[in-house]
Design a protein around this ligand. Sequence first.
Ligand SMILES: *Cc1c(COP(=O)(O)O)cnc(C)c1O
Length: 847
Amino acid sequence: MLLLARNIPLELESLVKQILTLATDLRWTWSHDGDTFWQYLDTKTWTLTRNPYAVLQKLSVKRLTELHTDEDFSKHLNTLLGAREDYLTKDCWAEQHFTKSEQAQIAYFSMEFGLSEALPLYAGGLGILAGDYLKTASDLGVPAIGIGLLYDEGYFRQYLDSEGWQHEMYPHNDSRNLPLQPVITVDGAWLTIEITLPGRILYLQVWQAQVGRTTLYLLDSNDPLNNPVDQAITGRLYAGSEELRLIQEIVLGVGGWQVIEALKLDIKICHLNEGHAAFAALERARCFMNKNNLNFWQALWATRAGNIFTTHTPVAAAFDTFPADLLEHYGQHYADTLGINPEHLLNMGKMIADDNNERFNMAYLAARTCARINGVSELHGVVSKKIFSGLYPDWPLAEIPVSHVTNGVHMPSWDSALADKVWTDSCGKDRWLGAQECLDSKIEKLDDNEIWSLRGQQRTDLIHYVRRRLSDQKRRSPNSGQPIEQAQTILDPNILTLGFARRFTEYKRPNLLLSDQQRLINLLSNTQMPLQIIIAGKAHPKDNTGKHFIKEWFSFLQRPDVRPHIVFLEDYDIRLAQHMVQGVDLWLNTPRRPWEACGTSGMKVLVNGGLNISELDGWWAEAYTADVGWALGDGEQHHESDWDQIEAQQLYTLLEDQIIPAFYHRDVEGIPIEWIQMIRNSMSSLTPKFSSNRMLREYTEKLYLPALADYKMRNENGVELAHKLEQWQTQLAHYGDNILWGDLRVEQHTDSRSFVVSVYLGDVPVDYIEVQLFADAKNPTHSPFCQKMNCETAIPGSLNGFIYRIELQSNRQVEDYTPRVIAVHTSVQVPCENHFIKWWSGSRTIV
Ligand SMILES: *Cc1c(COP(=O)(O)O)cnc(C)c1O
């Protein structure tokens, strides 16, 4: 939003512009260098808001005049502007991979973006990931843009009453203080997107946020052209009726793609961060169809190669779904514009076509409109294969087309200024901008004293922050029963500090530590080797169980023997998370496996030298080894009713016998050698691996580049292939079932054998399919086997009857092998885009 109207004297204009340049580039959210700058401009506003844009808005002309002639300030300003210029123009990792063009090629759609407290458009992990993604795209020069919604009120802010019960507040996101600019079209107008809702047009204003090299576009329904109800569509995140949620997702997908069209961006990859944004894939196809005179299905073929779907859901029940009649209401007109039957639209969101009992599932829609699907950790990839398997009937589980890219976090956003310095000294300033070569071996050389000073300083900073924040919290609710003075002396900078902060919800088991209160109290009040705990977290407004968990902690904290050792901080957000992950010694995560698709908060302590104790779920299941941290559970899923208790006991025992003694076991110089070795291992081996730098490079290499190649191939001869592929699929759908198998003959040779089978394809052209010989995995001796069989001869007198043969050396049982026919086509992802499969059945002769 433009500066507040006021008379800025002419000679100050260029100064204001320069400050504005820094304030509107969210790169400041991960550059520690700027902090003193903003503080110097306006200490009060900076300290209270941590928002450079707000600082600038509040600067008086008098202060600007002072700054104008302030040489030190000028120097600092020029240094920052120079550093920014440097960053923006420097060679970057992605240049080797993407054709050089000014234009973005990847659009990343997400319902939430967590970039900074100054732009609070997120609820939790999904949004933080999206924020970290954009920052990393900027660092690496990956040509991506973000597309999301501008919420007037965002997600709720939390406060607890004197009983410890959570209440929700929705402060207004005042656009004057958000680091955003309106998107201006070539005509000099504010870009407004129009989409059709039943009986009306919805107008959406478009804003942009600059995130270093990348741009985030945000859609906003708060436009006076809309009726008052529609103005509130982009009001709140994850609140309101199903209907409102559906409209928000239409805005994100359909409206979001329209932004790309309006700005004529040459987007080739459309990346859906969770199914919420799946309508974008439909809108992309619709626009393509209109431009190229195709039908919708052909257009979907032409565009799908460039669509990628990242799923974050670990259980089918948690998918984002809508009642079919709601979708009929909102989809009727849209189906018309696609030129398809409303039933066809509905079926794209159902597991089973025409099933009247099914809700419309956004993840299914996404899976059907994207050529690549991935989960967000190795384990989640495996779990997702199961939950999506129904979309690929008759396919073996191992071949369900869901891969994985494990999440990572944007290290520069989560490191402390001090950790930043330590890493810079060892690994250089550009360490997160490239391929992270040798970071591990360099950081491994840190000596014990350096590590222990870093830890001590960061822990102390956190405790001071906690005391300030807790005092503020108490001042706000004077009847909380505790004097403010207590807040000012609470916790001790020399004590082992455990952090636990996340959404309070059943599967995360936020109260596992409370299972045996006396055992916990013994740890807290141990005078030789005490433990202290900092807790934070919100429960979703409708999650009463979650709210009860918070209340339970709150009641526990009222005990005089507990109060000095545990703090519950209200209103968990990015700021608080940053302080916590920088200062705690130990980060605890207790989800019920396999419910934590990945989990990212534990990754944020790595760069700062914190250690993890976590359930073997999500990322920790692949990160854990005994020399980097501690594990809960046994790496299996459990449904026994007493399993939580077993893990709680395991948690206490680990703390009592291993973790706490390791922290307090000191050498003559007061250094905990074992503990520090663990930090060194964790910092060096895990930090690069679980950084978003690794994540985005993996997305690029594993998904973006192959998708770009497929997309290019698919459109290389105009729309010719789109026509062909649609015909290919329709033909298989019509006639594939009529394919007939003949007998399977196995010929035993001395040290090999041949499988020979006859197939009558009928109306299916032979080049539409592939005949394969398949054998499933048989643990532990055999991995899965699949190989193409060769078409040997045509069977005389038959319509597309052929003999297929393959010769192999193998000691597996003959019965393990089964031929099958599947659809194949260059550049098409099978079975993701076409799951046709027909297994051989008949009698087998061995000769
Ligand atoms: C990192 C982060 C999350 C996500 O953490 P999980 O480990 O996935 O629960 C949620 N909220 C905030 C504020 C965060 O910083």
